[in-house]
Ligand binder design. Sequence first.
Ligand code: 26Q
Length: 823
Amino acid sequence: MDKATRGCVEKPDWLGMDPESVAADLKRHFALTLGRDEVGESHHYLYTALALTVRDRLVERWRATRDRYRDENPKRIAYLSLEFLMGRALSNAALNLDMEPVVREALQQYGCDLEALVEEEMDAGLGNGGLGRLAACFLDSCASLDLPVTGYGLRYEYGMFHQIVRNGYQVESPDNWLRNGNPWEIESPENTCRVQFFGDTEYYQDDNGTERARWVATSDVLAVPYDVPVPGYRNGTVNTLRLWKSEATDEFNLDEFNAGSYTDAVAAKNLAEQITMVLYPNDASENGKALRLRQQYFLSSASLQDVLRRWVRHNGRDFSQFAEKNGFQLNDTHPTVAVPELMRLLMDEYLLSWGQAWEITTQTMAYTNHTLLPEALECWPVGLFRELLPRLLDIIFEINARFLAEVAEHYPGDVDRQRRMSIIQEGDHPQVRMAYLAIVGSFSVNGVAVLHTELLKSGLFRDFCELWPEKFNNKTNGVTPRRWLAHCNPGLRDLLSETIGDDWVADLDALERLKPLADDAAFRARWRDVKRDAKVRLAELVARKCDVQFDPDMMFDVQVKRIHEYKRQLLNVLHVIHLYDRIRRGDTEGLQPRCVLIGGKAAPGYAMAKTIIKLIGNVAETVNRDPRCRPWLRVAFLPDYKVSFMERICPAADLSEQTSTAGKEASGTGNMKFMMNGALTIGTLDGANIEILEAVGQDNFFLFGLDASEVQETRKHYDPDAIISGDRDFERVMQLIESGHFNLLEPGIFDSVSASIRSPHDAWMTAADFRSYVDAQRRVDRVYRDTELWSCKSILNTACSGRFSSDRTIRAYERDIWNKPKE
Ligand code: 26Q
């Protein structure tokens, strides 16, 4: 069916998309919905009125989409994720509904431009980094591909903390993002669910004499859904992101207040409302925190209840077709408790047998892994489970017993294998291994880049891959070209559309048509103009936020991502110090003037990451105040890196820093945003870098460092001191750090940094790649000096970025996982 006959484009009785109708609605919302007379100092009310004007048009298409899905009855997918890093909604909705020109015109009556209004919106920062932003890109692609996928997440009262830099150190401040209201959510109290905690399992015989279990004497919490519209790109589809808010039940008010224990009642209310209060700001697991497990179960249970309730409303208690019509995608192990929860709901609430429930569970659950770091694999103490979720622990034990019997049957006598593969890690402090539970309970397990999937299969999940090779598959990540090119880089968007047509927005492979234009000198000149304008805009942000003047005629060398040792921001700093040393020595032969920008948040408890931020700041200060450096080098740390900043940063980058220790970064997605916007990558053979290199070719990528197997090999005899003393440049860099040159009034603060670089046990092996990295940066300078050559490579990077569209990724999920043919 084409779009028009599906009836999802425009209906005659829908709100007008012409400038007059939009202007009239804007005026009405401003004056009547919000009751305002003048725009005044703050643009807040005008922003809200515009958001409501756009939202009305979303809601029409939303209801139409719901009706259509109901009639067509397709297989539905629930994407379960503790994080959705959505960023701002207004300009994205305006782009996807094709309202941008109309909105601009409507705003003229207020003498206010769209760019200023857009800045009024707070980022929805309901995620830490890559995993959360991936979920947001996936929702955009699903809506744009017209797939019935619903995102399920938590409506955190406080999102990712704001990062303030005080005396060079990160200080966290709470992100009260809902303070001024959120026009993009619609509360849906009629769909409230009840989630149980604590209590006991009780066994009984039902009327047929069947043994059954029920979970009794629980303390319940209400899950109230807030729905956020997710518009597809110009196809009339609007999908849903359903975010749960925790609330106390009314029983607390009645029972406990009447019993006279007023303070206990209030305390219990607090406990319930704590669940969705704050996002955990760690991007590697923080083990054992009871509140985090409560969040995970709260999301999993409410979302499954929601799906099952809908099923029963339309199909009654017949679950024979359920697995054909439903799927659950688990975004990492965070919602893995959905596996035993689905078993519980089907058996205890809907009275299915174990066998029926297990069949349904293992035909609907699919698990995506996002990490190779063994320390980031989630484990929960059995004791905590027993207290908080006793009925689920029973079910997990039963799953494990049946699973281990299967292992024993496959590998008779191999008790060590049973111990290795057990979902329960035995010992003094027995733990539930969530990744193993996810693998056992799912029909699909995927990694997020080719290398990552291969390393999972041969490393962490080797035993499981041997048992069930058919479960394992790769789905290389992608990013949405709507937000990460069409919206964030209007200059490039217009140049592209003018030269190759505008179908690339929904079909990114069309960027291939750019390839011949790399040889067109006039096109290269226009390409440079676009990049320069973006650099001016970024320089303005850097001046405002960092008080550092970036010169748009210098190279923009950018590294933005979470601060983590494995990502090796340190390598970047070592290179900056090396450049500083060269400039001071007068060794500027071949040097290209650069502006180095680094940004990212450290987990609040991660001391080394925080020290690295301090080091970046101190080095920046030393460099920026040295007049000899001014023509050659400027350095800034950008505080509070977030989605809306990346929208300014990626269009302006010349060089994208992707420096992780090979084998540690599962995929990376920032690398893809930079490539799409014409940056060249300096990177290791890690994650999706490998696929970027393959797409664009060796000549258009600055490769350095050991590969994953060399990293393993080198570990055995790793001797950083020998590497340093054998490299004059490296020695001088370490000498500058260790002499206190960057911390004259703060003695000793960087000792831990130099010690980690010098440690033979340095897991990230920073020293091993120093020389190779510095040499690659010299190649960068050589190419950058040849302006035409650089432009050519920049164009080719954009031209070859088509396969990193999340549309490609989602089509593959759809084909291989969600619509996997049954054998
Ligand atoms: C777990 C338990 C308790 C508290 C926090 C967590 C937690 C939260 C977030 C653990 C991990 C995360 C986030 C991980 C993440 O962002 N991983 C990144 O995922 C991207 C998308 O696949 C990849 O591109 C990156 O390589 C990967 O690091």
